[in-house]
Design a protein around this ligand. Structure first.
Ligand SMILES: [Zn+2]
Length: 265
């Protein structure tokens, strides 16, 4: 049986690669046909879906082709993040950037150029206070706030455009004294408080944000090469890590005057 499985291993691999190749070719063909689309867009707005999901957008499926996130999308992500951080800081609610956002702050001094969401953590004891603060202000910004379970509050740029910041809620871990835990895409995660606090300062574009004191959890999930190599998890055209030299942050339109950064009417 083992010999049989060994025999079909390469075959399964080549089937997987040909599926990926065909899919990526489809996205490339779409780019060509899209030029003639009368509804063609090059940017997303509050009233469209995000670029990567939009069949009428020139950036449709950009992540599958290993491309960076379009500026319209990165700007929206950072805009929602900075709006939220303003509220958290003004009301003295401690927060810590997490996962790709934490890695981006350390490695790129901002958003990872190919990232497409933002994550930060807040202790669950602040949940009610936080919700009271963001619901009203979020409505004014026309952001779309969703809470489907006890572990995450999602703030999307709009009801249509799902570029979003996820606030993960962290609880005292009864199974491990002194730890905080939450449930994420990566499963149940429990981290000692001593790896999070005291919070550290991280440069993120033109601001300073707070994040966990240590990065041990990042290395545990993503591996030891995180600071020297990049990896685009959705890239269909390549499967491998690539070396990073002087990695900069994603391009965003922070050159806009601060007052127009939030789309308040
Ligand atoms: Zn966009």
């Amino acid at each position: 049986m083992r010999e049989f499985l060994k025999g079909i291993g390469p075959l399964r691999r080549s089937v997987r690669w040909s599926k990926r190749f065909t899919k990526a070719l489809g996205y490339r063909m779409h780019r060509v046909v899209n030029v003639f689309d009368p509804k063609r867009r090059t940017e997303c707005t509050r009233d469209t879906i995000r670029c990567g999901d939009d069949f009428h957008n020139a950036h449709y499926g950009y992540w599958y082709l290993g491309e960076d996130t379009p500026v319209c999308c990165t700007t929206k992500l950072v805009e929602v993040l900075f709006w939220l951080v303003d509220i958290l800081e003004a009301n003295e609610i401690p927060y810590f950037i997490l996962w790709g956002t934490h890695l981006g702050a350390v490695r790129h001094k901002g958003l990872i150029p190919w990232d497409f969401d933002i994550d930060l953590g807040v202790e669950a004891k602040y949940e009610q206070k936080l919700m009271d603060l963001i619901v009203e202000s979020g409505r004014e910004q026309r952001y779309h706030i969703v809470k489907d379970d006890e572990y995450v509050i999602r703030i999307a740029y709009s009801r249509m455009n799902c570029q979003h910041v996820d606030i993960e809620l962290w609880y005292d871990d009864e199974k491990a004294q002194g730890n905080l835990f939450t449930h994420t895409f990566y499963g149940r995660i429990s981290i000692p408080r001593s790896e999070i606090y005291p919070l550290a300062a991280y440069t993120f574009h033109d601001r300073t944000l707070t994040g966990p004191k240590e990065d041990a959890y990042l290395r545990k999930i993503f591996g030891d090469t995180i600071y020297t190599h990049g990896y685009r998890s959705s890239d269909l055209t390549d499967d491998s890590e690539f070396p990073l030299e002087n990695p900069g942050p994603a391009r965003i339109r922070l050159d806009l005057p601060a007052a127009t950064r939030y789309h308040k009417k």
